[in-house]
Design a protein. Structure first.
Length: 161
């Protein structure tokens, strides 16, 4: 009896789990988030490449996108892979055909190579979208002030006889 109850309980848990895995049907007329083509690299990923930048320089990047779908686009959450990367995004719906920007600020006070991801969650058909930022932060070279040598300046007189 005990064994039968355990089997029934396990079977019902399995059914609940499988039912929770059903995907919601995606509307083909829904919103579509499309990022500028110039942000795509050779593999098709959306990447902002800082290249090599100096420590404490401007770490802002801008991901411009357009709603190419037929319904309003709502960005529900934009989260980064770590605390050194802070995204900000529009909170109001983006109507079909309209564009906006996701701004990402990287803390350039850390030296070395970085490669961070930003996940964009929305009501778009192509949800979620992964953005990347990458680069290398180096120490700013020390400023060297050239020493100015006097040219043609008066020389001390030698009064010794």
């Amino acid at each position: 009896m005990k064994r039968t109850l355990i089997l029934v309980f396990g079977f019902s848990l399995t059914l609940n789990y499988l039912q929770a895995q059903d995907a919601k049907p995606v509307s083909k007329n829904g919103p579509v988030i499309t990022f500028d083509q110039k942000l795509r690299n050779e593999t098709g990923n959306i990447v902002w490449d800082y290249g090599t930048i100096y420590k404490d320089s401007n770490g802002d990047s801008y991901f411009r996108f357009t709603n190419t779908g037929k319904e309003p686009l709502v960005l529900s959450e934009v989260r980064s892979s770590c605390g050194c990367t802070v995204p900000s995004w529009p909170r109001e719906p983006i109507l079909p055909g309209e564009s906006d920007t996701i701004k990402v600020r990287y803390a350039t006070n850390r030296l070395g190579v970085f490669n961070k991801t930003i996940t964009v969650m929305s009501n778009a058909v192509n949800n979620p979208v992964i953005l990347r930022i990458k680069g290398n932060v180096i120490e700013k070279p020390a400023e060297v002030v050239p020493e100015k040598k006097p040219v043609g300046a008066a020389q001390p007189l030698n009064k010794a006889k």
